[in-house]
Structure formats: C-alpha cells, structure tokens
Design a protein around this ligand. Sequence first.
Ligand code: GUN
Ligand code: FE
Length: 480
Amino acid sequence: TSEKSDTDIRFVCRGTFVHSTAEEALQILEDALLGVDSKGKIAFIGEGKDLQKLSESFGFCSSAVTQLRQHEFFMPGMIDTHIHAPQYSYAGTALDMPLLQWLNTYTFPVESRFQDIEFAKKVYTQVVKRTLRNGTTTACYFATIHTDASLLLGQIANDFGQRALVGKVCMDRNDGVKYYRETSEESQEETYRFIKELLNKKYPLVKPVVTPRFAPSCTETLLAKLGEMAKNNKLHIQSHISENLKEVEWVKELFPNSESYTDIYHKCNLLTDKVRAQSRLRFTKPLVKCECLHKIRQTVPDALQTIMAHGCHLSDEELVLFRKTGAALSHCPNSNISLCSGVLNVRNVLNHKVKLGLGTDVAGGYSPSILDAVRRALDSSKVLTIQDPEHKTLSFEEVFRLATLGGSQALSLDERTGNFKVGKDFDALRVNVAAPGGPIDLIQSEKPQILLEKFLNLGDDRNIVEVFVAGKKVVPFSEP
Ligand code: GUN
Ligand code: FE
C-alpha cells in the first residue's frame, strides 16, 4: 500500500496538457493526470497509467476523473501584461493617428468620462468578461486617474474571478487636454488612497500597481514620489517607454538632464524587481505616510516588479539597464502596428535576457485577445526577417511561452502561475480545437503540437470551453 497524502483533492483531469518551462518553450504531456487541491493549487501531475496509485495516495475516486475528449487539451491561462480597461469602450476604432495625436484626440476625452461611476461599471464589466472569455486569466490593467472607478475595476475583476493587477493612472501634466490631469499632490494622495483601499479589500487575486502614465505626463517630482511609494510598499510598477519616435524626442526635450528614457525611470526608482529590490529595501527609511500600508502588506506576498509597455526604440544600453534592474517589458504588437509606432525586436530583447510578456494594449491595439497578440507577435517577427534574412524568426512555441510563462515572469507571478508545476495555482484553459460551430475544421486526428499550433493561429473563444483561475471555473460564467 502506498502512503496516503493529506492533501484535499477538489478535482482531477486526465488528457493532454501543454505548457512551457524555463528549459522547453513547449512541453507536451500526453495522457497526463492532474489533481487540483481545495486551495486551487496543483497537487500532483502524473501519468494516466498511474491512476490507481495516485488515487490511492491522494484519496480521490478514480471514477470521478474528468476525461478530456479527442482534440482537447489544457494549456496555462494567458496573461495580458498591458491593457487599458477604459479604452475597451472604443476598441476597434480610432486607429488613424500616431500616438501623441491619438492620445489627445481619442484617449484623454474618453478616459475623462470615467469619473462617471455608472459608465465605468458598464465598461469595466464588459472588459473583464470579454478578456476572461478570451482566455486571459491574468490581466495587468491601466484604469484612469479616477480612484473610485479604479477601485471598482478591482472589485469587478474579483467578482468574476480574474487575477488582476490594477493601476490608478497618474498624470500631473497634460497640456494637450488640460481637463484630464491632476495636481502632483492629488496624484500622490489619490494613489496612496487607491493602494490602501484596494489592499484593505483583501481580494485574493487582485493587487494594486503604481502607474505613472508615462514620462511626458508626469513631472520628475511625481515620478520620484511614486518610485518611493512603490519601493516602501513593495508594489508593482507599470508605465510606457519608447513606444514612438516623436515621443522619444519629446522626452529628450522634457528631461534634458537624463541620459536616456530608461535613465529617467531608473533615477526615480521605478525600474526594479523583487529580487534586486530586496537588498536595497533594508536600507530604505519608510515614508511616514506609508507605515500603515506596511501593516496591510504583511498579509500580501511581496511583489515589487516593474513592467514597461512597448520599448520599440530602446537602445542596447537601455536593454542592459532593464536586465540589471530586473524590469520587464510588455510586447504589444497589435498596438505597435496599429498606431504605426515601431516594431519591437523581441529576439534582441530575449538575447539581452530581459523578462518579456505579451500585451494587447487595448485600444491602441484593437483586439482584446492574447491569441491576437500571439499572431501579431509572429507577424512582426517575420517582418523583421523579411527586412533582414539573418534575423532569427520567433517560433510559435516561443510566442506561446511569452503568452503564458513569459507574462507570468514579467509580472513576478511565476511562483503562482504560468505553467503546470506542482504547487502553483491552477490557472488554465480547456481548449477544444474541434469545437462544434467553432472556426477550425479537423479532417483527421492530429498530434498535440499541431492542435496547439492550429488553435494559436486559427482559434477563438469558441474553442476555449472552460477557463480556470486558482482552481475555480470562471468561464462559462456562473451569473450571480
Ligand atoms: N502612452 C501613454 N499613454 C498611452 C496609452 O494610453 N496608450 C498607448 N498605447 N501608449 C500610451
Ligand atoms: Fe498602453
């Protein structure tokens, strides 16, 4: 008789599992058996042939195992490392201008409407439901400058069971649209209130992110204060960097004493990750203002991590600084193309060993689906190969890793999510490649690698039959 584990098993699934590891961009586990415990964590992952043994040691009934059908597989939930929740209201439109004009013409007027909490509720409910349905188990959101609407976004993500990082946007300068900005004091105080109130809710899967919009919309004073607040409270940080050449020029004018765009954030303590921050944190005197946050934080795992969107025009020296500080990049290929911003050389970023995930950047990117980001990332890489045949094109397996484990690492969530390692939370998609009424026709049974490739290139939400976050089934929705 085998030893009995005292783990409490909630459910067990049997079939094909595909995921990424540090060593392999695509690892395929055929006829695998995966058990999820009562806390939503992966209790074991073994082989189907060991069903009897595993059911005895983990104490579950072998007849209660969910068997996947042919053409079905489980993959890790997808991670959107950069999405603007309010901009979902105009996704699919307004793609006829470069970044800076686009912000003044479309974005700022729309975002200013989110002081209206009813409007915010409508849009935020839609974006959370849509992204979950599309298989986004974790989203890293920009909200707007409005604290209450931003808190509401956190609540809605929690209610629907999405893992989320939520940022109240900070901007203490905006000459383009003067009615959509804060004073520096307001921005600091409201960020503080946002963080405190969101942490006080104790949502298990939702965390605040310190969110300076980007260098041009913040004074150096505000950037430095936000860097301090993030550092003292071990919070995530997100912003934009080097998306568009006009923006890069403008930043040079606004910050004449900085060596580069990256240097500005670096000097303001906005580039970091938890590993590199640990040693420095001990020597940091906490802000008086932040002491009560320290107490709240004791119940939340440490999570200092920077993620910067775009980075299309970063120099190699700047990428070295990203690598040194541990800051991550979010690759938003739909947006980069739609706003004619640039083409990020992902191969070069990976060669510099900078953490990287995928982002939709709705609504600069018109699609709220990471499947779309996968395709646009592959297209962008192929464009670079067309321009330079020496360029090593990304493989679909590599981009699959960016959509899952890569995103998780870029958000410092890889101890909890990103693949099917025992002990991690079960964040997963049940994919049926031949879903009835879906977009894919199969003429014969196919190997898992082909099924995944077809799904990534041709699939949509009709193929995503179930979505799990932390072991809980969140799609199809259980309407309250
Ligand atoms: N840079 C500053 N704000 C934004 C935004 O809302 N979208 C994009 N794509 N870039 C930005
Ligand atoms: Fe963005």
